[in-house]
Design a protein around this ligand. Structure first.
Ligand SMILES: [Fe+2]
Length: 235
């Protein structure tokens, strides 16, 4: 009887979720996350990044971060309801890693664009002027990011960011899936390059520096310029 009641309840919940589009977390009063669509086809960045890499990276890697982030948020919700502080603290690393993975990859997809849609075209306007002021030239900036990205030990990210407090561009790296905010609360990411092996190994093998050199051919500077202009005008 109890089992039948449970099955009926689960069926009702599933039906409600299917018809409303709400996730389990939202039904329980907290936000959960789902995989954002790529703004282009998987093959659109070829030959710089293969369709196979893009498909796996998006459908498998990013999805796994989201799945595990949602799981950790649900466990956090339960632990907070129970006043279980030990579990709340224990969940910190899973939330940082998987939530960071979701944040970072959501930015990364927007940082890239097919060449026919402006990918690789150099920045212009206020961002271009700021790059010249803070780094000397676009070429020097990309050399700096390539060197720092190549030097990341293990897995991580290299970022171009604007520091809202000092109104200055900076290059930073983060380890694993740490989001940029862990390097400073006033840092806003403009461009992030994923230097995990899953981002390039199928195509570039161990040549991370070749991947870094090529990725600028599909860099979406329009996106970076828009974020910069928005942050600078509100700084
Ligand atoms: Fe990645």
């Amino acid at each position: 009887m109890a089992l039948r009641s449970l099955v009926a309840r689960m069926t009702l919940i599933s039906t409600f979720m299917a018809t409303t589009g709400l996730g389990l977390g939202q039904l329980r009063g907290f936000q959960t996350f789902s995989l954002p669509d790529l703004p282009y086809d998987y093959a659109a960045l070829e030959p710089v990044i293969s369709a196979e890499i893009m498909r796996l990276h998006h459908q498998k890697h990013h999805q796994t971060y989201i799945t595990n982030y949602n799981k950790a948020l649900e466990q956090l919700h339960d632990a907070m309801e129970k006043g279980d502080s030990a579990t709340v603290v224990k969940l910190h690393s899973a939330i940082k890693f998987n939530g960071g993975g979701h944040i970072n990859h959501s930015i990364f997809w927007k940082n890239l664009a097919p060449t026919r849609e402006g990918g690789g075209e150099p920045p212009h306007g206020s961002l271009a002027r700021a790059i010249d002021t803070d780094f000397g030239s676009l070429e020097k900036l990309t050399q700096t990011m390539n060197a720092k990205g190549a030097a990341v030990q293990g897995s991580g990210w290299v970022w171009l960011a604007v520091d809202k407090k000092f109104k200055k561009l900076v290059v930073e790296t983060t380890a694993n899936q740490d989001p940029l905010v862990t390097k400073g609360p006033t840092l806003v990411p403009l461009l992030g390059i994923d230097v995990w092996e899953h981002a390039y190994y199928l195509q570039y093998k161990n040549a991370r520096s070749d991947y870094l050199t090529n990725i600028w051919k599909v860099m979406n500077w329009n996106y970076a310029s828009e974020v910069y202009a928005k942050e600078f005008s509100s700084a």
